[in-house]
Design a protein around this ligand. Structure first.
Ligand SMILES: Cc1ncc(COP(=O)(O)O)c(C=O)c1O
Length: 399
């Protein structure tokens, strides 16, 4: 007798790759000691929140003796928080946004769920470009949609336009992209974004309803070597941004994220109202109150320090992986590297790495067999220590 639904049982199976690695990491750290294990499996930012956030938390704790200071609020968040966010996005996107164009939610994850809940008819399709953040599949099926994976151009990790065009039909409701990308570190260029937009504009016209371009961008702040992450809202009126402060300010556990629509979108009020109402009816109710105060304190704070730290880590990791003889593209952003497994055998490569007490995740969890994902949101010393282990693991795949 099953204690859960058949669909949930299936989800548990599908979600098991990263969970298994997570549990294995804990078990190995217990067995060999935390210092002995080099865990590159989890995308949990390890830097402390900036001082302004720490100060804001202290100030907030001294200012709670007011009615409903931690109470309910409008489902989209406090007006002052929405206004501040709109101002920040106006400067980021180079297009004027008002508080009516934004909605706050429980992380980018909550915003994506509220969006799909608002726009999907049963069996509507959402296209994702593999490799993709593995949770997208859940977020689509949560709302009776169908997740359709198309492969990227594996030479660049950019979009493969032909694959996208072939996947679109009358049921297509959205294409979700993620740049800077988890797991590849790829940043989409403006030309690549324009290529996608041209396809979606034509298809929206053909099928008589908007096909949204949902741009998931929690790693926008992490672009190396002065790379630019082009703003998406000016390019397409059916573009929607989802993002969060999880990675940017190291407050992932505080669950503060948002959604923003193009001011050019016709009837945008209805879409924003629908996503706020989805916050409510999905049970998130409203964005976390503490998260909104922390966001207010943090907005505008320089992320240069984090960028410098991650740049250094990326450079050491690149050198180590090159020395080991792995084939990969140097990440342009985010904190992940996605090397090809020797002989395309990701399962055995993960095992060989585990022998060296190095943990990574198979590309299968991201819809892309033959690769592995390594996350370098870990201390420099952990990366440095992995040098010989990678060499030995790669060598063991040759024998
Ligand atoms: C690509 C991508 N999108 C969304 C999320 C969810 O982030 P949040 O904490 O804002 O919900 C993550 C978290 O790892 C991510 O990597």
């Amino acid at each position: 007798m099953s204690v859960v639904s058949a669909e949930m049982a299936q989800n548990i199976k599908r979600g098991s790759l990263i969970r298994q690695m997570f549990e294995l990491g804990i078990a190995m750290k217990q067995e060999f000691g935390a210092d002995a294990v080099m865990d590159f499996s989890l995308g949990n930012p390890d830097l402390p929140p900036p001082l302004v956030v720490q100060d804001a938390m202290r100030d907030l704790s001294q200012n709670l003796n007011r009615p409903a200071s931690l109470g309910y609020m409008p489902n989209a968040g406090y007006a002052w928080a929405l206004e501040a966010l709109a101002k920040e996005l106006t400067s980021e996107q180079g297009i004027t946004l008002s508080k009516a164009d934004v909605m706050l939610s429980c992380g980018a994850a909550g915003a994506i769920n509220s969006f799909f809940h608002s726009v999907l008819e049963p069996q509507d399709e959402v296209i994702g470009i593999a490799p993709f953040f593995g949770e997208y599949g859940f977020y689509v099926t949560n709302h009776n949609g169908v997740f359709k994976s198309v492969m990227c151009d594996l030479d660049t990790f950019g979009p493969d336009f032909e694959n996208i065009e072939k996947a679109i039909n009358a049921k297509t409701r959205a294409l979700i992209i993620n740049s800077p990308n988890n797991p590849t570190g790829k940043i989409y260029s403006e030309a690549e974004l324009r290529g996608i937009v041209a396809i979606l504009e034509k298809a929206s016209e053909k099928y008589g309803r908007p096909i949204y371009l949902l741009s998931d961008e929690p790693y926008r702040f992490l672009a190396y070597d002065n790379a630019q992450v082009p703003p998406i809202l000016p390019l397409y009126k059916y573009a929607v941004i989802v993002s969060s402060f999880s990675k940017k300010y190291g407050i992932a556990g505080e669950r503060i994220g948002y959604l923003a629509v193009s001011p050019e979108l016709e009837d945008k009020e209805t879409l924003i109202m629908a996503t706020s109402m989805s916050n409510r009816i999905l049970g998130f109710v409203n964005p976390p109150v503490v998260g909104q105060y922390l966001m207010m304190a943090a907005l505008g704070t320089s992320t240069e320090n984090a960028l410098n730290i991650y740049t250094k880590r990326r450079n050491i990791f690149v050198e180590i992986l090159q020395e080991a003889g792995l084939e990969f593209q140097i990440p342009q952003g985010a904190f992940y590297i996605f090397p090809k497994a020797p002989h395309g055998d990701d399962e055995n490569f993960i095992k060989a790495l585990r022998e060296e007490k190095i943990l990574g995740v198979s590309g299968r969890g991201f819809g892309c067999e033959g690769y592995i994902r390594l996350c370098y949101a870990v201390e420099d010393a952990v990366i440095a220590k992995s040098r010989d282990g990678f060499k030995r693991a790669v060598a063991s795949m040759q024998s």
